[in-house]
Structure formats: C-alpha cells, structure tokens
Design a protein around this ligand. Structure first.
Ligand SMILES: C[S@@+](CC[C@H](N)C(=O)[O-])C[C@H]1O[C@@H](n2cnc3c(N)ncnc32)[C@H](O)[C@@H]1O
Length: 273
C-alpha cells in the first residue's frame, strides 16, 4: 500500500483541511443517516479513500463492524478489492442474531457486489491464525474494544499479517487510553509511525466522532509476536473476553448500575479533553 498517496490525496476529498472541514461528497451523510453506527462522515470518506488506494493483491481488514456503517462506506466504488471484517457481536448489548441480521441487510444493500468476508469471533483469536486472511493486509481499520490492552494488542497481533507497507486507521484515537497504548507499542517498534491525527474537539464530535489517527507501518525485518505479547493475547482471549461478556450481560440486566460503574471506571481513559 502506497501510504504516501493516501496522505497526499486525503485533502482532495475535503472542502479544506480535513481536520476542520467536511468531505466534499454528501453521500457519506446519507449513508450515516441510513445505517446505524458510530463512524462520522469524515471518517467514512477517509476509509473509502484508503480502500481505493489498496492494491488488488492486498486485503483490507476491519475490526469492529457492528451494523456495517464503516464497511458499507469502505467498499463503495472499490468492489474489486478484498475486504475482511471481524466482529464478535458482543458490545452494546447486541443480541447476536439481531445485530447480525441488520449487518447482513446493510451489506446486501450497500455491498452486494463487494467481496466482504465476515469472520465472526474474537479478533484477537482470529488474527493469530496466519492462514485466515489470504493476502497481506494493506489497510487495517481498528474500531473494536477500546481498552489499553486491546489497543496495544490491536497493533502487536496484526503486525505479522500486514503488508510490507501498510496504512493503519484507528478510531476513537483521541481518547487517552489509545494514546497510551500507541505510545507504549511504538516506543519499541520503530517500523510504526503516527502520521496524522484527526482529533475530536468534543465527545462525539460531528466531524471526527472520537478521533481518527492514521499510522504507517514499514517492515524492515520479519514480524513476529513476542512471547510477552503472546501471553497478553492469551490473557485477552481467555480471561478478559469472559469478563467483557459478563459485563455486557450485567449491563443488560442492571443498566443504570453498570452505566454508573462504567462512567467512574472509564472517565479518565475515554474522555475527549
Ligand atoms: C464501535 S463498534 C464498531 C462501529 C462500526 N465500525 C461503525 O462504523 O459503526 C465496535 C464493535 O467492535 C466489536 N468488538 C469488540 N471487541 C471485539 C473483539 N474482541 N473481536 C471482534 N469484535 C469486537 C463490538 O461487538 C462492536 O460491534
């Protein structure tokens, strides 16, 4: 993936500086109005451009598809490319079948001619299988769980799957928890750089939701998950995912109590300041 082309061409799709202006194409707003989701029109325009510049022999990988808003935007006009979507249908109290049905309906409407391969399950388990994705990943969009460990692992675990040069787009990146995870991973991995930060000015900013950061990866030596990263991945897959499942179940049963606990626990890590 020619990441420089992405950074050079991005401003052409906006009225001015993407940080402060909206995309030229009004279609992203229409999609946003039709498909329930969390990504903003500015983000959708960026995802679509990334897919446009993706070479045919590389794959696009999205983590956290929910009801398909971001994927429906990504594939538009890019139907010849290969798209993978990983989703465990866990968050937002989603009853798996209900959310999956809505996702499928949206893909049927907006992505019927596109090659979208839905991989259902925990992304940290799925990404550890080197054979699951049949091409190097040239564009990676992470919009899954937003904890420190998840964001750290979202870079570590994907690295072996990435093309020699890859673009990484991370949602909700204005949140301090994402900064901290990126800083920690990038400090020991100089093949990664943060190139653009389209930050949110307020929570759920109309332009950038909770922020989108664009990172670049350029491989200089073979990538391998270290032993400590593999242990952390196992913790996430076998322990943390069970805690998350329980928390979402309790959230459905005791919404007020769990919302209060969530507000207290996450106040510092997920606020746009
Ligand atoms: C913010 S939503 C994604 C929003 C979507 N990209 C959009 O445009 O509206 C986050 C999604 O990530 C999923 N998710 C969270 N942790 C995950 C995991 N470990 N593996 C796969 N999906 C996960 C959740 O079920 C949820 O649907």
């Amino acid at each position: 993936m020619d990441t420089n082309a992405f950074f050079e061409q991005a401003p052409d799709h906006f009225h001015g500086d993407p940080a402060h202006t909206e995309p030229i194409d009004p279609w992203w707003d229409e999609l946003k109005a039709d498909v329930t989701g969390f990504t903003s029109s500015n983000e959708l325009a960026m995802l679509n451009l990334a897919a446009k510049l993706l070479p045919e022999d590389e794959a696009y990988l999205e983590i956290g598809t929910f009801k398909g808003r971001s994927m429906c935007a990504t594939v538009r006009g890019n139907e010849s490319k290969t798209f993978y979507a990983m989703e465990n249908f866990l968050e937002f109290g989603m009853a798996g079948i209900e959310a999956r049905t809505e996702l499928m309906q949206n893909l049927e409407k907006y992505a019927v001619d596109a090659d979208v391969r839905l991989l259902e399950g925990d992304c940290f388990k799925l990404m550890a299988d080197p054979k699951l994705i049949d091409k190097p990943v040239g564009v990676y969009f992470y919009d899954g769980e937003h904890t420190f460990v998840a964001h750290f692992l979202s870079l570590a675990v994907v690295e072996p799957l990435l093309a020699d040069e890859a673009l990484i787009l991370v949602d909700d990146a204005t949140w301090p928890v994402v900064h901290r995870a990126h800083q920690k991973y990038l400090a020991k991995n100089p093949e990664w750089t943060i190139v653009e930060k389209w930050d949110a000015k307020v929570d759920n900013d109309p332009m950038w939701a909770n922020g989108l950061h664009a990172l670049k990866f350029v491989r200089t030596e073979p990538s391998k998950l270290t032993t400590s990263h593999e242990l952390l991945r196992k913790y996430q897959v076998h322990v943390q995912s069970r805690i998350n499942r329980l928390a979402w179940k309790l959230g459905a049963k005791f919404p007020r109590v769990m919302k209060t606990i969530e507000r207290i626990v996450l106040a510092g890590s997920r606020a746009v300041k």
